[in-house]
Design a protein around this ligand. Structure first.
Ligand code: GRE
Ligand code: ZN
Length: 328
């Protein structure tokens, strides 16, 4: 059995410089950790022995590498398109050097949608990447908006999953309390869960029923909400009235159950683990460490301490990933 990590981040020195330039409009606190000589920056740009060693120590066999947040989608579209291309090429080089240990998710400057569709196809067909790592917002817009549907259609056509990774939320009410509220511990996940619900309630998953959407952090709270999200569709005083809740082919939780796959990243709570496996099952869960923001070792130690049969472990670590087309 191979252990495949679906949330493992990298960066290039070019990207590290670009996020500090005027080309990216984000709060200072959101990029403060990415100074050129910080430990996080050093770990992100290590696409070689340091990362492999950390994987070996944790017992992770394969890492699917994704470009870190802040989102490449937030850059001015033309500059973003160039940066995405060069970043994908750098990632492809690392994967070619360690073909048994690394796989890649595409980085796409989605706001230049036509170019991003082309780059998506190049990433999957030519570079062998296994999906698209996108973000909870694109600076001014969200993934469910119609202008991004060509990218969703392309993912369906290529039969690869889309990972919606959190980024600094653009919801203004998160921002006054800085990283503590808007950052990874709450605001990131809250906005990501919102985008997943927008894909459902906006009818996007009725349009693209075969899409597979990966969310980190045990689905950003959504497995806990499986009953609650259905309420507008089962309550008689709302159900017959499309002006109160858009008409859908299925109940909201059905899409969460069938189209969403969640990873184990950054949450070391047995309650969260058990809730998720009861709500979705191991057929919808994959390993994710969130390295280097979290430790691969801590993630694996937590999972080893959870109650799982050998066949459930095999699902979590490898075979659910293979249903997404990730074969090792
Ligand atoms: C994360 O993936 O968890 C993350 C980022 C960027 C900054 C902080 C952070 O991608 O935790
Ligand atoms: Zn992450």
């Amino acid at each position: 059995m191979a252990r495949i990590d679906f949330e493992n981040h990298f960066a290039t020195t070019e990207w590290l410089a670009a996020i500090h330039s005027d080309a990216l409009e984000v709060p200072e606190w959101s990029i403060a950790m990415f100074t050129p000589d910080s430990p996080v920056s050093a770990a992100l740009v290590d696409l070689g022995e340091g990362r492999i060693k950390a994987m070996d120590e944790a017992g992770i066999d394969v890492a699917i590498l994704s470009l870190s947040a802040p989102a490449i989608e937030r850059f001015e579209p033309l500059a973003g398109t160039k940066l995405a291309r060069r970043t994908n090429d750098a990632l492809a080089e690392a994967v070619a050097k360690y073909p048994d240990r690394f796989l890649g998710f595409a980085a796409l400057a989605a706001r230049d949608t036509e170019a991003a569709v082309e780059e998506f196809e190049r990433c999957v067909k030519e570079l062998g990447f296994v999906g698209w790592n996108t973000h909870s917002n694109f600076g001014d817009s969200y993934l469910d908006e119609k202008r991004y549907w060509p990218l969703l259609a392309k993912a369906e056509e290529l039969r690869v999953p889309i990972y919606i990774h959190p980024d600094n939320p653009i919801i203004p009410q998160f921002l006054p309390y800085g990283w503590g509220l808007a950052g990874p511990s709450f605001g990131y996940g809250a906005e990501t869960a919102l985008v997943m619900m927008r894909l459902i309630i906006g009818g996007v998953l009725d349009e693209f029923p075969n899409l597979k959407i990966i969310l980190g952090h045990y689905g950003e709270g959504l497995p806990f909400m499986m009953d609650r999200v259905n309420r507008p569709y089962v309550q008689g005083h709302v159900r017959p009235n499309p002006s109160m809740a858009p008409t859908l082919k299925r109940a909201p939780a059905d899409y969460l159950r069938d189209n969403m796959i969640v990873t184990t990243s950054g949450n070391y709570s047995t309650d969260a683990f058990v809730c998720t496996k009861n709500a979705l099952g191991f057929g919808r869960m994959v390993l994710g460490s969130d390295y280097p923001y979290e430790s691969m070792t801590t993630c694996m130690e937590f999972l080893r301490s959870q109650s799982m049969s050998p066949s459930e472990q095999e699902q979590l670590y490898q075979t659910t990933g293979s249903t997404l087309g990730v074969k090792v």
